[in-house]
Design a protein around this ligand. Sequence first.
Ligand code: F6R
Length: 616
Amino acid sequence: MCGIVGYIGHRDAYPIIIKGLKRLEYRGYDSAGLVLYDGADLKMSKTKGKVSDLELKAEKEGTTIGKVGMGHTRWATHGVPNDVNSHPHFSNSGKLVIIHNGIIENYEPLKIELIKRGYVFKSDTDTEVLINLIEEVKKKENCKLGKAVQIALNQVVGAYAIAVIDVEKPDEIVVARLGSPLALGIGENEYFIASDASPFIEYTSNAIYLEDEEMAIVRLNKPIKIRKIKDDSLVDPYIQELQMNLEQIEKGGYDHFMLKEIYEQPSVIKDTYRGRLLVDQGIIRMAGVEDNLEKFTNAKRIVIIACGTSWHAGLVAEYIIEEFARIPVEVEYASEFRYRNPIINKDDVVIAISQSGETADTLAAIKLAKEKGAFVFGVCNVVGSSISRETQAGAYTHAGPEIGVASTKAFTTQITVLTMLALRLAKAKGTMPNSEYQRYLLELELIPKKVEEALQTTNEAAKAIAAIYKDSPNCLYLGRGYNFPVALEGALKLKEISYIHAEGYPAAEMKHGPIALIDESMPVIVIAPNKGHYDKVVSNIQEIKSRSGKIIAIVTKGDTQVKALADHVIEIPETTEALTPLLTTIPLQLLSYHIAVMRGCNVDQPRNLAKSVTVE
Ligand code: F6R
């Protein structure tokens, strides 16, 4: 969480930093700040609130001049989000200044030690401790900033992506990373520093992604030198060509990124299977799977680790992989897995799912699984992310940048990748008749068209239903089989962007407790496609109906039985049962979106959340 941006070069740094921070606001948005070297001194503005508040303040305070500078948008970990706790933070002498994404876990003993040496602290942050530690080392060792940063970081426990400027050497910015991402953009006589490449995409397509435990001195008109923090050894910089373009990170005429991303699903699902789903040849080919096919087919068990929406995609995959490939699957929250001494055997395959590829708990769970000898396969969206590099093989989802904090297209593209994986394993293991396998390939190819149709036909219905139920304090989501995880995901979407309490349940579990909640004021969203457990779901709907609950049903086009019972229905196109989550999820995304808009919530930046959860 937290976004950082820096610039050193021949352009005005201020607009680059402000624009960059706006693009990184998905990483945290409770306070923001910037510092610029104006040719004589370091000038800082910072404030509680969003980057737009910072912009107003910086312009009022005249903090807009300089060709070197850096900025920060924060998701608070230590200290409430107020002006003082916002970044940047100066050292006591006022000569060094830092921005930081991450957590310094041992900041308390370090702070006590620094206080004993006469340091005073203005904020409650761990970051202010780090900059004063760097200052103390610099003084004591009488060394340059780079060396001081290196020595200080070797005393620190935690996670960080930092950038530091020394007013006495304003032609360089020292950066370092451990556990939080840091990208360096390489332009002509200019450098950019950022949490991801989006702040510098229009200036350069050449980037270096620092690895964990690396630091660099970014110096004007000099090549970047990268060193290992631990042993000072030099690292050859690997310059990557960026695949991202500007259009992908703008709203493109939509009111919100979330809506844009919902509507992108037909095209990104196609991108996900392009070159992999080869219907003409009757095969699925995914490089990361082909290269490791034996590991998958010999696996006694697949363990899926993920958080949030990605965990829900993992649950859908559990149903699909077990059904298609007959391999036992367990799905775990990464945060639980990493702290519970899990039993992992050498012939287990672990699949880690993460949109951002930076989620701290998932990353730690991967490391643990690897230590225990498992083969770890990643399903990530962000190319070059920490998780994509930490896993031994993987498949990208190719959903393009997801900027709305609520995950939408990441979910459907993750399911698409995992469905292809399940089909490929079924083929390799001979657990599915070829005719059925071919039918799935054909049906999967049709999904983008059907998602397109679902978007067209369900939006107005979702909007009308949203208008009726937008003020409900609670909401239940029910599904069975493949659509039970979709119920969980629907409830999560509603909670996170509209702040309405919502719960997802397997429909049959209602009578084991939750049915006590049903009365005439309780909206119950039931996912009831005409496949699988349809009759059972109809019975569940009857049980709710007889207790006066309000039923909003997601049904297959042409349904009559549920229609006769439900208060409202939303129709989706027909597809084969295992693929229904790719369609049933669409109206649920739209329903949450419209409710949040009608309630006046900040759809793209819901309160208390951040897109990339780089703290545990
Ligand atoms: C919900 C949402 C979160 C993420 C979770 C995992 O809409 O976005 O629940 O799914 O934080 O993030 P990734 O997939 O980046 O590991």
